[in-house]
Design a protein around this ligand. Sequence first.
Ligand code: GLC
Length: 718
Amino acid sequence: MTDIVKKLLNKMTVEEKIGQLIQVTGDFFKGSESTITGPLSENGRLKDEVKYMIGSVLGTSGSSEVKKIQQDYLAHSSLKIPLLFMADVIHGYKTIFPIPLGIAATFNPKMMKIASQVAASESAAAGLHVTFAPMVDLVRDPRWGRVMESTGEDPYLNEVMAREAVKGFQGNLPIDDSHIAATVKHFAGYGAAEAGREYNTVDMSEWQFRENYLGAYQSAIEAQAKLVMTSFNTMFGVPATGNKYLMKDILRQELEFNGVLISDWDAINELINHGTATDLQAATNLALNAGVDIDMMSFAYITLLEHVDELSKNVLKLIDESASRVLQLKKELGLFQNPYKGLNPEKENDKDIKLAHEKNALEVAEESIVMVKNNSSILPLSFDQRVFLTGPVADTGDLLGSWSWKGDVLQTKSLLFKMKKSFKNISFSEGINYHDRHIKDWDKISQQVSDADVIIVALGQPSSESGEATSMMEPTLPIGQIEYLKKLRQFNKPIVAIVVTGRPLILTQVNELVDAMLISFFPGTKGATALTNILTGKSEPTGRLPMTFPRNNGQIPIYYNSYTTGRPIEFGLQNNETKYVTKYIDGSNDPLYNFGDGLGYADISISESVIQENVLSMSEQIKVSVILQNKSNRSGQTVLQGYIHQKIGETVHPTKALKWFKKIEVPAKNSRKIMMSIPVNELASVHQDLSTSIDLGEYEIMVGLNSTDLVSHNLTIE
Ligand code: GLC
């Protein structure tokens, strides 16, 4: 603990320490009616003596707003401890980047760092000190709306992206005026809500948690994330926000996290709904004992003020510890020297900075787009082709996705706006909106299609159907969009589908009806430009799927790194057994699109891969040299992927697990030799006793440009 923190703690009353543990929205400082009741309020507002002890504010940003609240607070606060300002800057502040699922689709860690850096720079200028990001929850279920906020189903991709996000938000420590503190969320396991139903129970073995979910949180904490946020859900039968084992034994001791632990919104109070606390006081005790430092908007910790004299020694000690961590964070952020740290109205409104950030956003958006189909190379289109653009996503700025903070949909250029500048002959009719089944102007559309060489149909979901509290029982496109597509198909003209989505959708019918398809995970402020640049070939689609796309709703959860089971389909084929194997009687096990899938405009393949040594010790590196061959007349990029399969172990192991990836440019009519190098300690896995170690024995290392067409090399660790 540093001296200024110690000095303050020695001076502070218990009430003032409790104040530091309370977080409310900015409304409580704007004098507007609020909803608080009880002895600490007057006509719905916090009493001044409470208000000017509060430790932090969430959801308020903008340099003038923040400055006004901070000035007023410091003028009234006795100890002049500055407020912390926090907000959900998830994938951009004003310049919006693709949603995190889209940044994951770039398979380029640099893109996550750039997006986080720009978001931090804009946020800091707007007076923010902390973002509630990155969300690193592993997700295998597209029914859950917050899959948009995740980086998908793979533990390794999640770990890499989590690390880069924290580095991008925080920069080098100490956090300077262009960066903000990162909050790893949601600890833990929120992405595994049963049936993909929002806020639903999470029930997994600790083995599964440690094997697949814990890594990304750990990676973010190792990258020095300053805060962690608790999750709404249960973990091992106990709600995370009151779960001492999860928060003290695992988070604080095992992961050695000593930063600030903040609850999710109202999560302490919700311990009552969970049935693990009888009232707010009991909920407060559970959360304090679990080491939750800040109570976000549940007004549980505030009840401590009502009976300060009766607080036990243990509670007083816990209050001290939490207050100390909050003050330490304020110190590390430099708030004691400058309560207006980073706040910069000129920078906030600088046009050149905005243009530079939009350039970054375009780069990330282009790399996030995944081409999953391109029959007879219909894409890229040529400038003089006659294009008919249609569909509910063609002429809308709703490309930002959920949690796009100050991003302005009304200022976001649409596909139509951008494509008009890139195609000489383009016609447009919306046809249907997101949920319509009535096609508008069919006669006009029929003529437009007849006059066109190619149909571009922009489909998808609105941002309002993605993000928190948007679970879907059937993550598919609305029936009206499918019916419209079927009618367009009747003209037998080439159809290119663009699907803008916040989640993997079941696109089985769409896939059959179109000749080419681009998947765009809400691409952000420059999304329309990115999509247009890819349609015209100015840029190449280089994204890869960070999540499996199911063929059928009934397959969910379906993910690539699954286990063989005792009766794999292959087992059946070898033994001429087709009934008693792991399968469905009403459909295929195979997804529509696989994790790691994605096409480019160049014809690149692996012409050779050679493992350098196939007997290694634990301290060595697995090295595979790979030659990539580009047979096309245009340079192109591909994503070289390395997967490991542990053949035998005390526990089961996935048939393949991503352990290496890199986006690589290969010049036209040329080749590139790449050395894939994977530390053997990446092979560590969790054992029955929950310890993590590397098993000696036989492995496979598989290399490929996706997760299914793989070249395998045997490997022995001894
Ligand atoms: C929400 C989310 C959390 C967010 C918080 C503050 O309910 O679960 O991710 O950071 O509240 O907005």
